[in-house]
Design a binder for this molecule. Structure first.
Ligand code: ADP
Length: 268
């Protein structure tokens, strides 16, 4: 805990004495530390692909000059390093945009079923390439929430992409949408989006930290899968902006379920 203590002399007609003020600045120090950690992380994440790119450029200018096979191979690796930097910059921009308008609650009418089937449709090729089956279970009647359609699409995309990436080959990712006329956590009507995989599960010690920026259980695996470590941080901020809740339940060896609980309009 950090305090700033100020002492001043007070003289009035009635009395004189000293005024001692204690100001708790722990939260300010913590915020400062978090900002410094974040900048250090971003620099590290950008420098790694940049160093690789520079190494390959030097090799192409020197030892591998004029070798068409080496050039082709190195150019392929250089492209994937550049794509990694692009993904990181894209996620950083999304994160800063969501943070900037987190106080303003979005008010468009979003049809969640439509949003989920759209995301399911566009991720089908990704799932197929990973040999993962996508199972959508959506209600017949529309479920409408006040929200930002692009941001809710991003939440669904990030969660489903993760379930495909970490769920494992030959497994199924279950995507569901239900409603609750009176959700306890929101004290009102809610829409609940669930994304469940049949992967190895997540150890309970990691769960509270998963939505921190750049927190990964296995950094090597995340990078190999093209992850930036920012996906769940973005999800968390978007859910906060919608005044919703994010719940993560996981059982080792069984799989993981992410649940997004959003305030909804009362259902007919
Ligand atoms: P990344 O880009 O690394 O996937 P995320 O913020 O999306 O970053 O996720 C953070 C970490 O949470 C991942 O690195 C991974 O270790 C873990 N994770 C996320 N989703 C799942 C899942 N469905 N199953 C197992 N682990 C997961």
């Amino acid at each position: 805990t950090s305090f700033v203590v100020t002492v001043s002399r007070v003289d009035t007609d009635a009395a004189s004495g000293a005024l001692v003020c204690f100001e708790d600045i722990t939260h300010l120090e913590q915020a400062g530390q978090m900002r410094r950690d974040f900048v250090a992380n971003v620099s590290h994440e950008l420098r790694t692909p940049l160093t690789a790119l520079m190494g390959f450029i030097e090799t192409l200018q020197g030892p591998a000059k004029g070798d068409p096979r080496a050039s082709e191979r190195f150019l392929g690796v250089m492209l994937s390093e550049a794509q990694r930097m692009e993904r990181l910059v894209r996620d950083l921009l999304s994160l800063s945009r969501v943070e900037a308008d987190e106080r303003v609650r979005p008010t468009d009418r979003v049809d969640l079923g439509k949003c989920l089937s759209g995301v399911g449709h566009s991720l089908r090729p990704v799932a197929q390439a990973a040999d993962v089956h996508l199972a959508l279970d959506l209600p017949e009647t529309p479920v409408i929430v006040p929200g930002d359609v692009d941001q809710l699409t991003q939440v669904a995309t990030n969660l489903i992409e993760n379930a495909i990436k970490y769920g494992g080959k030959g497994k199924t990712v279950h995507i569901g949408l239900t409603t609750d006329a009176n959700a306890l956590s929101l004290r009102g009507p809610a829409a609940i989006v669930t994304v469940r995989d049949e992967g190895p599960g997540i150890d309970a010690v990691h769960i509270p930290r998963l939505t921190e920026r750049f927190y990964r259980i296995d950094s090597h695996r995340s990078r190999e899968m093209g992850g930036t470590g920012l996906g769940l941080a973005i999800v968390k901020h978007i859910v906060n902006r919608h005044r919703g809740r994010l719940r993560i339940d996981s059982e080792l060896g069984q799989g993981t379920e992410f649940r997004v609980i959003l305030p909804a309009y009362p259902q007919p």
